[in-house]
Design a protein around this ligand. Sequence first.
Ligand SMILES: [Zn+2]
Length: 133
Amino acid sequence: MSHYHYLTIEQRERLDTEIRTRIATLRGAVVQGLRRSVHADAVRLADQLEAGDDAPTAELETALQLAALEREGGELREMLAARARLHTPDYGVCADCGADIPYARLEVTPAATRCVGCQSRHERAQGGSMPTL
Ligand SMILES: [Zn+2]
């Protein structure tokens, strides 16, 4: 039993475009974040060496930038995986219960690998607070 055909060609193409757009945006954000964080680290180190102190506020700033970068990097990874999966029978099928993930959900969250019910169960089980996918 294949779920391959439940999305129309048009829907799949729209998702393809959406995924590619998001990848381009995320890739730009991650590149910027990487450059910024490397730059920030270098500046902080220079400041510390010059001042001879620990500059704790600069560290907090760097930590926040790295957290954003980690999130964007994670989203980029998920989006690249979605692009690779889009034209396979696995795409749009819940990894937990095997149900079709509604097109409306995929439009909003193209990298979704679970239906809404399984995703919230999964997040509760993980105890995570991140409302991703
Ligand atoms: Zn499910």
